[in-house]
Ligand binder design. Structure first.
Ligand SMILES: [Zn+2]
Length: 383
């Protein structure tokens, strides 16, 4: 939003604040310092009317517009921080067995945790190649420690001030450095999530909301002290850090949430998370977390060739028709969506299987907020 508004204001040769108040006919508008977080509804409505850009598209240019996929809730009240952390990060294990990560205070020494992905030291980055094209702006996610590169140009993001100086003053600036290896893999998946709403992982396709939680869970797991894990957990984490060629936990001595780490340590954690994805896909490590099945290719299964198709509608076709009708209803009816999830997961014995069904419904267009977790459905029996 801020980047797009800067481009618009430049066209009219006026400050962004004037564009938003006098030009939109909103002289009394309160203009927040951070236009990307949760700008006033009146401003969005006026912008939609004047520019012809769809309101939903304008919302997607702001952080609040990315609920509930990228964030559970915004802002996160101080008293809810621990719950949000435990739900978003610790309930979505990838490598370690469920609950093996244990419990950590998300705000040690009282340092406020603002929610997943909101960094203590906000990065201000730009793509050196995007910056040379006046039609392109800065992407919203570049403000978060979620990506290290521009996927469209395949290069690393650099300090925005230096990039701007090199473009406007022709100064020697940071040139495009190719983005490669595990960091490029993470970026590619995240970009797929942001642009298509789904990510094709080696094990299965997951909803964007699942990907962001899986990645955040991975970043947490690689940051944990190795000594307090099970033998399998410790060996897995050791193997990952060895493969990165970096010091274990990027030299971290005391655990802190990812958002509170220095930018260079965050990048090392992203590198380790990407490395874990490579190793799991190649079968070098065996993930045991709730979302583990997404990381490894499914085992080969012999598929029955099938019988000759019958000219009459069979039970399967009937079932498909019924399921399609059920999905249509579940997309708009919260109570029915809950019942359908309950029905589809009756036979599930593991949380992993439960999650597969939940992701299926979410991928079929049932709003995620209609789909309770296993715990909320009272399925304490799942392992
Ligand atoms: Zn670029």
């Amino acid at each position: 939003m801020s980047s797009w508004l800067e481009q618009l204001a430049e066209l009219y040769e006026m400050p962004v604040r004037d564009l938003l108040t006098r030009n939109l006919g909103l002289v009394d508008l309160w203009v927040p310092d951070d236009l990307d977080y949760d700008p006033p509804q009146a401003m969005l409505a006026a912008l939609a009317e004047r520019t012809g850009v769809d309101l939903a598209q304008l919302k997607a240019m702001t952080w609040v517009g990315w609920q509930p996929w990228l964030f559970d809730m915004l802002p996160v009240p101080a008293q809810a921080a621990q719950t949000v952390f435990d739900t978003y990060v610790r309930d979505n294990s990838a490598l370690l067995a469920p609950d093996e990560a244990g419990a950590n205070n998300v705000a040690p020494r009282g340092k406020r945790w603002r929610g997943p992905w909101f960094p203590y030291w906000p990065p201000h980055r730009a793509c050196p190649l995007c910056a040379t094209d006046s039609e392109r702006g800065r992407a919203l996610v570049w403000r978060l420690p979620l990506m290290t590169g521009c996927v469209e140009h395949g290069c690393r993001l650099e300090d925005a001030t230096e990039v701007t100086l090199s473009v406007t003053l022709g100064r020697q600036g940071p040139g495009p450095v190719p983005s490669e290896g595990p960091l490029a893999t993470v970026d590619r998946y995240t970009y797929e999530a942001l642009t298509t709403g789904r990510v094709a992982l080696p094990g299965r396709s997951v909803h964007a909301g699942v990907w962001f939680r899986l990645l955040r869970g991975l970043l947490d797991e690689v940051s944990l002290a190795l000594t307090t894990r099970s033998a399998h957990g410790r060996a897995t984490l050791e193997r990952i850090w060895q493969a990165t060629g970096r010091a274990e936990r990027a030299g971290l001595n005391t655990w802190r949430p990812y958002e509170h780490l220095k930018p260079e340590i965050q990048e090392a954690m992203l590198h380790a998370a990407g490395t874990a994805l490579h190793l799991a896909a190649d079968g070098v490590i065996v993930p045991r977390g709730r979302l583990a099945s997404a990381l490894r290719p499914p085992p080969h299964r012999h598929v029955y060739d099938g019988d000759q198709p019958s000219p009459h509608r069979n039970a399967w076709q009937e079932a498909v028709t019924q399921l399609e009708a059920a999905l249509r209803l579940a997309r708009t009816d919260r109570g029915f969506a809950r019942q359908l999830l309950h029905f589809l997961t009756r036979g599930c014995r593991t949380l992993d299987r439960f999650e597969v069904e939940r992701v299926f419904l979410s991928g079929a267009g049932v709003p995620a907020e209609f789909l309770p977790s296993a715990r909320e459905l009272g399925r304490e029996d799942l392992t």
